[in-house]
Design a protein around this ligand. Sequence first.
Ligand code: NZQ
Ligand code: ZN
Length: 388
Amino acid sequence: MLGNFTYCNPTKLYFGEKALENLKDEMGKYGENIMFVYGGGSIKKNGLYDKVMAILNECNKNVTELSGVMPNPTAEKLYEGARLARENDIDLILAVGGGSVCDYSKAVSVSAYCEENPWEKYFLRMEDVSNKTIPVGCILTMVGTGSEMNGGSVITNHEQKLKIGHVFGEEVFPKFSILNPVLTYTLPKYQMVAGFFDIMNHITEQYFSGEDDNTSDYIMEGLMKSLIKSSRAAVKNPEDYEARSNIMWIATWALNTLVAKGKSTDWEVHMIGQAVGAYTDATHGMTLAAVALPYYRYILPYGIQKFKRFAINVWNVNTDGKSDEEIAKEGLSQMEDWMREIGLVMNISELGATDEMIEGIANATFLLDGGYKTLTREEVIKILKESM
Ligand code: NZQ
Ligand code: ZN
């Protein structure tokens, strides 16, 4: 049964090879002070920087550049961006990059006019926004997070060894996002497949929760089937437009709030993965890949019917003569085969986690109660040891 909900997604999307052509029109909607935010330089190498700058110049914008946004953006970097945005009276923050650049831009949006320490207010205390925000627009270059059409923003504080996401409301969603699959072709394979697993896990986090007959589950099964097929094609040929465009669209729908409406969700893999990330600074999707199977195998007995449904509807497991448990386990084995095939990192030691870190990672893991089993700290330690 669907619960009560409100659904509104205010992000306007421009999709396809010609999507960047719409930037000029969008620029007409905002004042002259644009903050152009990007990462470590991939957009300079592949020519996107020059294309965007040419459009901004053509539109007579005053451009304030903020570069060097790192994967897993930090609180320190956030303070720098917030200061710069306020000092330059920014009218629009234009995020050109992956989830990190987009998340970071949203964090700057809510922090520029925040009179308190934004890390403490928004990430430690999870408070709502009560100050002026700056609109954000996005040109996406890496697929996975869904940040292009949601209010999520994840910030890492290395000093406190915490990586925390805040899901902000509609006012912080990007006002527009430009999604051109071709812009993702230059991604290194490691980042590309990490993004694929991030998408898969966003879906399973929302799928493995609840027992009811829910339309969202059928949508998610379709998204997962399309992802599995297209990811195999993209690994073989990263310039397969059909595959890359399907995946870009799946990523957006996997985490733009739609499939979570009216149903419960889990998100414990992300909680463990983020804690691993706080200690290792590893690539987000890989932290999820390294802990997901030990977690799902551990909770399988508590949600056996859904794991069985996953095996049959997503992985086409043949059920003849098999018990529910055997079918459910076979679904996870098929997922494991797919993960190995596309080249994911399957353990946290390869990501830099050590035995000495396990206790700290467990302490940094938030324990949520939306899944089939609410974990204890000891169970998190057990899962982390399995993930080594
Ligand atoms: O910095 P540059 O030089 O641009 O390089 C980036 C970065 O090194 C590179 N890259 C991106 N596009 C490229 C490219 N290289 C070549 N060609 C391109 N077209 O890829 C590297 C990773 O980029 P990043 O933005 O960090 O990756 P991703 O999109 O996976 O974002 C990860 C961040 O998003 C958060 C994660 O926790 C992490 O901090 N998440 C945000 C969510 C949300 N907003 O809802 C949900 C997710 O679960 C996730 O937690
Ligand atoms: Zn994720």
